[in-house]
Design a protein around this ligand. Structure first.
Ligand SMILES: [Zn+2]
Length: 311
C-alpha cells in the first residue's frame, strides 16, 4: 500500500476512488488542501479513546464501498460484527482501533474524513457507520471520499515503512544529529519524508524549521551537530504545543470529533503568514516552493544556505 499523499489535486478527485488509501504518482498539486497531521490525528484519537474503548461493535454499514481499502466492504462488515474495541491509538497520521480478539481497523482521514460518535453533522457524506453496543453510532464522514479504512492483522506490516514517532522515545537529539549527517538531503523534503520521521506534514515542518532557525533548503549533512540536536527538540516542542491546542483548523474541513476547531493556527509563526511580519524579528515572511510545497520562511531567522566555495 502506498502512503497517501499529504495534499492532493482537487481536479483529480474523480480518480481517487481507484487507489487503495493513496494516490501513487500524484501530479504536483494545483490547489492544495491541508490535511490532518500528527497533532490533529492525536487529538481525534484522544477524544475517541474514552468513547470507544470497551465498546462492542454490533453491526457495520458501508455506504461508500471505496472507503474500505481492504478487505472487501462485505468482509469488513462481517468480520467486525461482535468485535470489542480494546485500544484506540495512532501511528504517524493513521488512527487505529485494535480489536480484542485480534485485528485492527486502520484509517487515514486524508483531506476531509472525520469521525464522530453520533450521527455527525453531514449525513449526506456518511461513508461507514458502526453501531455500538451502547446504542450510539460511530460515523465515518468524508465529503471528498479520499479517506480510507482497512481491517488488517498486523498494523506495521500493512503500513509502508514509517520512521520513528517524533513524540516517542526514539527521536532524541543524538538520533537527529546522526541521521542528518548520514543524509545529503534538503531539510524540508527530508522532514516531510515519512520513512525518515513519522507524522510531520507541510505545516509543522515549516513551523519547526522556523523555530530551529534553519532554512528549508539547507542540506542535512551541513547542519552543525548542535543545531541538529536543537531541531529534534524544536520538533517535539512544536508538536506538543499543537497537540495541547488540539491541532490546527486551517479550513472548514478539519474539526475535532466534538465539532470544535483546534486552536494552534493562532500560534503559527510562519505557516500561511507570507507577507506578514515575522513574530520574532519583524522581517516579512516569504513564501517559496520547496519539494512542490508552499513553504514559509523568515529570511532573517532562517538564513539561506550559501553555496560552498571551492578551494
Ligand atoms: Zn524572523
Amino acid at each position: 500500500m502506498d502512503f497517501p499523499a499529504d495534499e492532493v489535486d482537487v481536479a483529480n478527485c474523480h480518480h481517487a476512488g481507484n487507489s487503495i488509501m493513496g494516490l501513487p504518482n500524484q501530479p504536483p498539486p494545483r490547489r492544495s488542501w491541508a490535511v490532518p497531521e500528527l497533532p490533529e490525528v492525536e487529538t481525534i484519537v484522544r477524544q475517541l479513546r474514552p468513547e470507544l474503548v470497551g465498546r462492542r461493535i454490533e453491526s457495520v454499514r458501508v455506504h461508500w464501498p471505496r472507503s474500505i481499502a481492504r478487505p472487501s466492504a462485505r468482509s469488513f462488515c462481517a468480520d467486525l460484527v461482535g468485535a470489542r474495541i480494546e485500544k484506540v491509538w495512532r501511528r504517524a497520521k493513521y488512527f487505529v482501533f485494535s480489536i480484542e480478539s485480534g485485528g485492527h481497523v486502520v484509517g487515514h482521514l486524508r483531506m476531509s474524513g472525520r469521525l464522530y460518535v453520533g450521527d455527525g453533522p453531514d449525513p449526506d457524506y456518511l461513508r461507514v457507520s458502526f453501531q455500538l453496543d451502547d446504542g450510539r453510532q460511530l460515523s465515518f464522514v468524508d465529503v471528498r471520499k479520499f479517506g480510507r479504512l482497512a481491517l488488517v492483522d498486523d498494523v506495521e506490516a500493512f503500513l509502508p515503512h514509517i520512521g520513528p514517532e517524533p513524540l516517542g522515545p526514539d527521536l532524541t537529539p543524538e538520533w537527529m544529529r546522526r541521521e542528518l549527517r548520514a543524509r545529503r538531503r534538503q531539510l524540508k523534503p527530508l522532514l516531510l519524508d515519512q520513512s525518515f520521521l513519522a507524522g510531520l506534514g507541510n505545516i509543522y515542518v515549516d513551523e519547526t524549521l522556523h523555530q530551529a532557525g534553519l532554512h528549508p533548503l539547507r542540506r542535512s549533512d551541513r547542519v552543525p551537530g548542535a543545531r541538529a540536536e536543537e531541531l529534534a527538540l524544536c520538533i517535539r516542542d512544536v508538536l506538543s504545543k499543537a497537540v495541547k491546542a488540539e491541532g490546527s483548523s486551517f479550513d472548514t474541513f478539519y474539526r475535532t470529533p466534538e465539532g470544535q476547531p483546534g486552536a494552534y493556527q493562532e500560534d503559527f509563526q510562519v505557516y500561511g503568514r507570507d507577507g506578514k511580519p515575522c513574530r520574532s524579528c519583524g522581517t516579512l515572511i516569504t513564501k517559496l516552493v520547496v519539494a512542490q510545497r508552499g513553504t514559509h520562511v523568515c529570511h532573517r531567522c532562517q538564513p539561506a544556505p550559501r553555496p560552498r566555495r571551492r578551494s
